[in-house]
Design a protein around this ligand. Structure first.
Ligand code: ACM
Length: 561
């Protein structure tokens, strides 16, 4: 592809060529036409590119406009696809749908100098669009990022900024990890103590040293329901879907602190250390009703089809010693505590299905029925053998039931969960630790701040392949896409988050958007040019040659190899 004479587009479009001779220079008199479905993109261009350039980019009619925006589902561009042409007659962007048109407008902005990413003009820039002909569409429909706003709260305005950065990279799913041991971050009207007392902790562990050390100051924060509505609407206008996660039945100490009857251990504080802890939810009717009510309010706030129930890292120690958990195991004819976890998740699966939503969970939701029990039957086969329709448990020695067919699995402990789920007929989102965990260290240098996990360089993210090898074509269809996860134990400020996320997120964008071979040597010069855009936006990315002195965290140790 003749990219050399084109600006450094990122993610790389499916096809891009220098077009007919003739460029378009934006001026005070440039007019933009938009059909009815293009109004949102026109407003975005005026607001974003207008602010940077100081140009009004006023609406005009189609005959006289120099930039023409339209949506045409019959143009053969494919879901979220677009065509962008700049030639002697001006610029046109046609989107298959409003999302495609929006991505075309994002690409148009990339054709301008990096100063097009500032909030106000800085000098005499020539806003010239070069001649191009671009046809583009994404490889995957799920191009996601998980933000852990539980370990460290990310203020609302930073979430909104993050959504803009996602949209710039043509990413479209923001998964918010809203609850964990160390904090509950979303207002639930029915249970006010979740945020009154569950949204803050007295202190936070610093680094991963043993014995732990602490910073000695409280940390907290939460989103009101109006904050969430604002975030969701802001994201929607940028074609980003926000997927909420309420993590159960492990990682629930903040909720148990607020309402001790949810747990097995009485009063416990909101967590102040990082790790996996024995304190988990009780599996009583009261707890199930409580969480069904919580999910009902979450569903009101988030229109996303997918609702994430967590399901990860739930130690079974307390259930082994709990009379009510053991009683549940007997009543439901379950084999053990693994099946109890599976039973609990299935209750939520059925509840979400009644509300027309799809359950999404970490790959532990496969435990107790599909995995580790040596049973090779698929979920469909299990269902065909006569289990109840609503996914409810079958008691007294009957068939164990799996998740509903539309439950979706997020594969994080390697690829095995994704492979098992795809083979059993479930949709999957791939986010294996070794290619997707943006809390993992970016180099082997001692200067990396709180180095954890395994090495995950920008080139490792770039070259990762989302579809596991060995899946049949039909099974591979089950892979909706991929996601990177931003766990924030060691990202206590937005500056630290920028350092860990960028530019690895830019590399990820190309992994999930672009088709065709990926060659890091071809990518790196484009990435270097793209960094100028991030700099213009004020993103404090990690320099490709390593951390600056103020990025280091002397004295804080990490973990991992
Ligand atoms: C996870 O990293 N516990 C999903």
């Amino acid at each position: 592809m003749p990219h050399t004479s084109l600006p450094s587009l990122l993610p790389r479009p499916a096809s891009a060529a220098t077009g007919e001779p003739g460029s378009l220079t934006l001026t005070q008199t440039t007019r933009v036409s938009a059909d009815a479905s293009a109004a949102g993109v026109l407003a975005w261009l005026q607001r974003e590119v207008g602010a940077a350039t100081g140009l009004p980019l006023a609406a005009g009619d189609e005959d006289s406009a120099q930039i023409r925006l339209s949506v045409d589902p019959r143009a053969g561009l494919g879901r979220e696809g677009y065509r962008l042409i700049v030639d002697g007659e001006g610029a046109i962007i046609v989107g298959h749908d409003p999302a495609g048109l929006f991505y075309g407008a994002q690409t148009l902005r990339q054709l301008l100098p990096a100063a097009a990413y500032r909030r106000a003009p800085t000098g005499d820039t020539a806003w010239t669009l070069p001649p191009v002909s671009i046809t583009d569409a994404p490889r995957f429909r799920w191009r996601g990022v998980m933000l852990d706003v539980a370990r460290h709260f990310l203020p609302k305005h930073e979430v909104l900024r993050f959504i803009d950065l996602m949209a710039l990279h043509k990413l479209n799913v923001l998964h918010l990890h809203l609850t964990d041991d160390q904090g509950w971050r979303v207002q639930i009207r029915r249970y006010p103590k979740l945020t009154e007392s569950g949204s803050w902790r007295t202190r936070s562990q610093q680094g991963a040293g043993r014995p732990p050390t602490f910073d000695g100051r409280p940390h907290g924060g939460f989103y009101t329901q109006d904050d969430i509505r604002e975030i969701v609407a802001y994201a929607d206008a940028r074609h980003v879907s926000v997927v909420p996660e309420i993590d159960v039945p492990g990682h629930s100490q903040a909720a148990i602190h607020a309402y001790p009857e949810l747990g097995e251990s009485g009063d416990i504080p909101v967590g102040t250390q990082w790790g996996i802890f024995d304190e988990v939810l009780a599996v009583t009717d009261h707890v199930l009703d409580f969480y069904k009510n919580v999910f009902d309010e979450v569903i009101e706030l988030f229109p996303s089809t997918y609702v994430h129930v967590g399901g990860d890292e739930c130690p079974k120690t307390q259930w082994r010693d709990s009379p009510s958990a053991q009683q549940r195991i007997r009543d439901e004819g379950l084999a053990d505590e693994n099946e109890l976890q599976s039973w609990f998740i299935r209750q939520l699966d059925a509840h979400l299905a009644k509300r027309g939503r799809r359950l999404l969970g970490w790959d532990e939701i496969l435990e107790g029925w599909l995995w580790e029990d040596g049973d090779a039957r698929t979920g469909a086969e299990r269902r065909a053998e006569g289990s109840s329709e609503d996914g409810g448990a079958v008691g007294g020695g009957g068939r164990r039931e799996g998740l509903r067919p539309d439950a979706t699995v997020m594969s994080w402990r390697g690829e095995e969960g994704g492979i098992a789920a795809a083979r059993a007929g479930h949709d999957v989102v791939m986010s294996p630790t070794h290619t997707s965990y943006l809390d993992y260290k970016q180099s082997e240098s001692e200067d990396e701040p709180v180095p954890v996990g395994t090495l995950l360089r920008v080139e490792d993210v770039y070259l990762a392949e989302p579809v596991p090898a060995g899946l049949t074509a039909e099974e591979a269809e089950r892979v909706l896409g991929a996601q990177v996860n931003v766990w924030t134990e060691h990202m206590d400020t937005p500056r630290r988050l920028d350092y860990m996320v960028f530019p690895r997120l830019s590399a990820f964008a190309e992994q999930v958007w672009s088709t065709g071979p990926r060659d890091y040597a071809e990518f790196e010069p484009r990435l270097r040019a793209h960094l100028d855009r991030l700099a213009a936006l004020g993103v404090e990315y990690r320099p490709l040659d390593g951390p600056r002195p103020w990025h280091t965290r002397p004295g804080l140790v990490g973990w991992g190899s």
